[in-house]
Design a binder for this molecule. Structure first.
Ligand code: 6PG
Length: 238
């Protein structure tokens, strides 16, 4: 775990941009495609600002997936994809077709199964194999949740599904799909980006005191783990 504390949100965005650019170059060099997973919440604005200033001609070789998504239409204010469609895509040369989104036509369980199939297809992999994302961008909630993996929830014990559904999320809306720990921890790199005093206590509990909370269970088996914080969020980090 590499905890990076910088001065303020602008520097968090700049550091995030540098990491994303570096990882994209590596991925494009070796695989010709850069696959990253997105989270909702405040990360949307950090990433939108970071990508706005990336002028790479290879942005069209980037593929975006969702670390978790709310089971609502993309026109709904709660839709993470919906927010990226308005906050990110218009600011960049990115196209909607670069975003691998969910299918809402069935139940939330069907949606999770379908999204797992979509991911395996994009990675041209068979069932039972675990895709390796180049980068997962994560946030952490005030209870230590990340993606839609909440403290004490049975999904933390999920060892087979790569994408699981939840219909009792403590954070509204209740129905969501989420990457599970086996998929998250197979990534080449996971980055938490967080700002503000409101995060400081949980940052200390999870990343300093190592309490067993969902965000603390993000431990890439053979990958990097970074936590980029502003001074307020990192005030208890030595
Ligand atoms: O869709 C979601 O709700 C997120 O993926 C969730 O896991 C988020 O990352 C945290 O709740 C942190 O959100 P904030 O950064 O807004 O505090």
């Amino acid at each position: 775990m590499n905890i990076i504390v910088v001065k303020n949100e602008a520097e968090v965005v700049e550091k995030l941009k540098q990491e994303i650019e570096q990882r994209s170059e590596e991925a494009l060099k070796t695989r010709g495609v850069f696959r990253l997973g997105l989270s909702g919440g405040s990360l949307v604005s950090y990433l939108s600002s970071a990508l706005e200033s990336i002028k790479s001609s290879d942005l069209d070789k980037w593929q975006f997936f969702f670390c978790d998504e709310r089971f609502v239409p993309d026109t709904d204010g709660d839709s993470t994809y919906g927010v990226y469609k308005t906050a990110l895509i218009p600011k960049t040369t990115l196209k909607e077709k670069q975003f691998v989104w969910i299918d809402l036509s069935g139940s939330v369980e069907n949606c999770a199964e379908d999204y797992e199939k979509k991911i395996l297809k994009e990675f041209s992999m068979e069932k039972a194999s675990v895709p390796r994302f180049d980068l997962l961008l994560l946030g952490m909630g005030p209870d230590g949740h990340t993606c839609s993996l909440f403290p004490g929830h049975a999904l933390l014990e999920e060892h087979h599904k790569l994408i699981a559904s939840i219909d009792d999320s403590p954070k509204p809306p209740p129905k969501r799909i989420t990457m599970t720990l086996p998929l998250i921890n197979n990534a080449s790199c996971c980055i938490f980006a967080m700002c503000g005093e409101g995060k400081a206590d949980m940052v200390k509990r999870v990343f300093v005191d190592k309490e067993s909370l969902p965000a603390g269970m993000v431990k890439p088996t053979n990958g990097d783990l970074l936590c980029i914080l502003d001074e307020a969020a990192g005030k208890y980090v030595k």
